[in-house]
Design a protein around this ligand. Structure first.
Ligand SMILES: Nc1ncnc2c1ncn2[C@@H]1O[C@H](COP(=O)(O)OP(=O)(O)OP(=O)(O)O)[C@@H](O)[C@H]1O
Length: 250
């Protein structure tokens, strides 16, 4: 199968500090890749390089075989993003948050169209229309995550990023969000990239897993193989063990 998203040799330094040292990754269409890695291993920097928010020093990002450049709005519109903590605009209502991007640009939706679309997306994530006119501060953390998810899928993106989607949620709500992630990816036929430290979530949403270490992809393989791959770094990370080849700083 051809890769939907392909990263080749991505390197990125800040001054003398090299964060990414040649990242190669290939994500097939319709699959969700979970990126694992310790704090500071470069996951967020990699995400920003894919989104074009940071320019890599070297390497290429390709979507459907086509190389993409930095800060290209046409490319950004193909991505959806569920930010850590929801990252909703405090002063906008739920429906305005969901349809924010669709109210910009030449083909922007009217107010009524945008509100209707937001309500349809709210339904998709299990929320009722009365939530549409509330402000984010009036919602629980789990509801905010659902609204963030509704916003991520509003423009029917081809590629969706999920940045620590279950952080701060109780285990049941985390399970609900994991199920929704799988469902929206399947509905849209989208390709997903999920950054998470939650091993339950990794197993629930991941088709493939990549473990980043020292600015490179150390291991990649099917999610079903993380327990049996025999790689000591993967075993240590997935089991959350303090002893193993990955150094821990105290
Ligand atoms: N704009 C920047 N300028 C300088 N250094 C940066 C910048 N952005 C990130 N870094 C550095 O790059 C390294 C990797 O950061 P990054 O945020 O990608 O880690 P991460 O793997 O996402 O960590 P976490 O799991 O804690 O979110 C860190 O040491 C960070 O300080």
């Amino acid at each position: 199968m051809t890769a939907k998203l392909e990263l080749t040799g991505i390197t990125k330094s800040f001054g003398r500090k090299t964060v990414l040292r040649g990242v190669d990754l290939s994500i097939p269409e319709g699959q969700n890749l979970v990126i694992l890695g310790g704090s500071g291993s470069g996951k967020s920097v990699l995400l920003k390089c894919i989104l074009g928010l940071l320019r890599p020093d070297a390497g290429t990002v390709r979507i459907d075989g086509q190389e993409i450049g930095a800060r290209d709005d046409a490319v950004l519109s193909r991505f959806g993003m569920l930010f850590q903590g929801g990252a909703l605009f405090d002063s906008l209502t739920v429906w305005q948050n969901i349809s924010f991007r669709l109210r910009q640009g030449q083909n922007r939706l009217s107010r009524t169209e945008a509100r209707d679309l937001a309500i349809e997306k709210l339904r998709r994530v299990g929320l009722t229309p009365d939530v549409a006119d509330l402000l984010p501060a009036e919602l629980s953390g789990g509801m905010q995550k659902r609204v963030g998810l509704a916003r991520a899928i509003a423009a029917e993106p081809e590629i969706i990023f999920f940045d620590e989607p279950t952080t701060g949620l109780d285990p049941i709500m985390a399970g609900v969000i994991n199920d929704l992630i799988r469902e929206v990816i399947a509905d849209l036929g989208a390709t997903g990239i999920t950054i998470t430290h939650d091993m339950i979530s990794m197993r629930a949403v991941g088709d493939h897993v990549a473990l980043m270490l020292d600015g490179k992809v150390h291991w990649t393989g099917p999610a079903a193989e993380v327990d049996t791959c025999g790689d000591p770094h993967v075993t240590q990370f997935v089991s959350g063990s303090a002893s193993g080849p990955i150094a821990t700083v105290r």
